[in-house]
Design a protein around this ligand. Structure first.
Ligand code: FES
Length: 109
């Protein structure tokens, strides 16, 4: 199985976590309503990290991913932008799996 990239215990409900993979990719995990998703940390609009200025990846309500610079909002389930300059475009999703011990792995790597 692929390397562990995080543990479920690091993500409380409505929480996000950014990390750099061994291959140098900047990614982040979000947990909303007990669903965990992973995305490349790059906005489809300007190609910059979403948490600029440095901060959380979720808007204040903890329901949607937010671009820290422009306030664009993305669905945590699919990465689709539903508000903002990149509306209708998608974050690059990374398939993950969670094992019985709560370890999060990148699937297929
Ligand atoms: S960089 Fe794309 S919405 Fe902010």
């Amino acid at each position: 199985m692929a390397d562990i990239i995080a543990r479920l215990g690091q993500l409380e409900a409505s929480a996000s976590y950014g990390l750099t993979l061994p291959d140098g990719r900047h990614v982040f995990l979000v947990r909303v309503h007990d669903q965990v998703s992973a995305f490349v940390n790059r906005c489809p609009h300007q190609g910059v990290p979403l948490n600029l200025p440095e901060g959380d990846f979720l808007e204040a309500g903890g329901e949607l991913i937010q671009c820290g610079m422009h306030g664009a909002l993305f669905l945590p389930e699919t990465g689709e932008c539903v508000f903002g300059p990149c509306q209708g475009r998608f974050l690059e999703a990374l398939p993950i799996s969670i094992d019985a011990e709560g370890n999060i792995h990148l699937a297929g790597e």
